[in-house]
Design a protein around this ligand. Structure first.
Ligand code: FAD
Ligand code: FES
Length: 242
C-alpha cells in the first residue's frame, strides 16, 4: 500500500455520472487510508484541490463541478491522468461501544460515509444513513446506500421533492429522541455540521464531524485550513464533538 507526499500520476479507470454536476472517478491507484481521510488532486500548471476518498483500493473520488478545477476534472476521460498526493488527515474513529450509528451526509459530504458504512457493516448493530440536499436532483449516492446490507437511507430535501421536507437534522432528531443512536458521523456544509453539534450534545450523543476548509499544503505548514484553532489538514478534517 502507498502514501504519496509528492504528486503521483494515476490513470482514470472508470467514470460514473452521479447527477447533473457530480461524477465518480475510479483510478488505477491504491492508497493506505481510512474513511474520512482525503487526497490532494493536482492538474499540472493549473491547481490542486482536496477530495475525500470514497474508497482507497482502488482510489475512488466523487467530484462535484462547482468551479474551474472541478469542471476541468469533469472533462477527463478513461485513460487520462490525474496526479494525487496523500492520503492526509484524520479519519472517522468509531469507538467500540458505539454500535448504533447515524451517518449524516449533505451534498458531496456523503462521499466518505459510504466507505465508513461498508467498514462498519459487520461491526455495528444498526447503521442509519441520512442523506440531505437542496432538491431531489442534488441527492447523491442514494442508490449506493440502497445497495448496502443496511437499512435504506433516510432522505431529506429542503424543497420536499424527495424524502422528508427539511434538513438532515429534522430526520435525525426523532432517532435521537427515541435513544436509538450512539454516535453521529457527518460530513457536509458548515451550516449542517454547526447544527448537528448542539443536537448531539443535547442528547448526549458524541459527534465526529468532517469540516471543509481551503487547503493548500495539506501538511500543516501554510495555515490555509485553520478552523477554530485546529489545523484541519492534520488535526482534521474529522473533529470530535460532545
Ligand atoms: C477535506 C475536504 C474534502 C473534500 N471532499 C470533496 C469531495 O469528496 N467531493 C467534492 O466535490 N469536493 C470536495 N471538497 C471540496 C473541493 O475541494 C472544492 O469543491 C474544490 O476545491 C473546488 O474547486 P474549484 O476550482 O472547482 O472551485 P472554486 O472556484 O475553488 O470553488 C467554487 C465554490 O466553492 C467554494 N469552495 C471551494 N473550496 C472550498 C472549501 N474547501 N471550503 C469551503 N468552500 C469552498 C468557493 O468559495 C466557491 O464558492 C473537499 C474539500 C475538503 C477540504
Ligand atoms: S492546508 Fe496548509 S496548513 Fe493545512
Amino acid at each position: 500500500m502507498n502514501r504519496f507526499t509528492l504528486p503521483a500520476a494515476a490513470r482514470i479507470a472508470a467514470v460514473e455520472t452521479d447527477n447533473y454536476r457530480t461524477k465518480t472517478f475510479v483510478l488505477d491507484m491504491r492508497l493506505d487510508a481510512v474513511p474520512g481521510q482525503f487526497v490532494m488532486a493536482w492538474l499540472p500548471r493549473f491547481d490542486e484541490k482536496p477530495f475525500s476518498l470514497v474508497n482507497a483500493d482502488p482510489v475512488t473520488l466523487m467530484i462535484t463541478a462547482v468551479g474551474p478545477f472541478t469542471r476541468l476534472v469533469h472533462d477527463l476521460e478513461v485513460g487520462d491522468r490525474l496526479w494525487l498526493r496523500g492520503s492526509f488527515g484524520s479519519g472517522f474513529c468509531v469507538a467500540e461501544k458505539q454500535k448504533r450509528l447515524a451517518l449524516v451526509g449533505g451534498g458531496y459530504g456523503v462521499a466518505p460515509l459510504l466507505w465508513l458504512a461498508r467498514t462498519q457493516l459487520d461491526i455495528a448493530e444498526t447503521i442509519t444513513p441520512i442523506i440531505g440536499a437542496r432538491t431531489a436532483c442534488d441527492l447523491l449516492y442514494t442508490d449506493r446506500f440502497d445497495a448496502l446490507a443496511a437499512p435504506a437511507p433516510l432522505l431529506a430535501t429542503e424543497d420536499g421533492s424527495r424524502g422528508l421536507r427539511g434538513r438532515v437534522t429534522d430526520a435525525l432528531a426523532p432517532l435521537l429522541e427515541r435513544g436509538e443512536i450512539d454516535g453521529i458521523f457527518a460530513c457536509g456544509p458548515h451550516g449542517m455540521l454547526a447544527a448537528l453539534e448542539p443536537l448531539g450534545r443535547q442528547h448526549g450523543v458524541p459527534c465526529q464531524l468532517s469540516w471543509e476548509a481551503y487547503m493548500r499544503c495539506a501538511i500543516g505548514i501554510c495555515g490555509a485550513c485553520e478552523h477554530e484553532g485546529a489545523v484541519l489538514c492534520l488535526d482534521g478534517p474529522v473533529l470530535s464533538a460532545g
